[in-house]
Ligand binder design. Structure first.
Ligand SMILES: [Zn+2]
Length: 69
């Protein structure tokens, strides 16, 4: 499993938070208690703290980039 740094965040059409990774893939970082607790994703300050944080990515599955840049 490859680990990639978070470079930015955006919300999807359902307003769930999505992390944009350095490799060009996106990954949901939902806050959905009590199953998934990521209260930091709900605030600008919290998200800023996770810029550069490494997430396991689907890179090793050879999927195309989600972001063109
Ligand atoms: Zn990736």
């Amino acid at each position: 499993m490859m680990h990639r740094a978070i470079i930015a965040f955006h919300t999807d059409e359902e307003l769930h938070w999505v992390a944009e990774l350095a490799c060009g893939h996106n990954q949901h970082v939902r806050h959905n208690p009590p199953w998934v607790n990521r209260p930091w994703v709900l605030t600008v300050a919290g998200r800023d703290q996770f810029i550069g944080h490494l997430l396991a990515c689907k890179c090793d599955r050879g999927e195309p980039r989600d972001n063109p840049y």
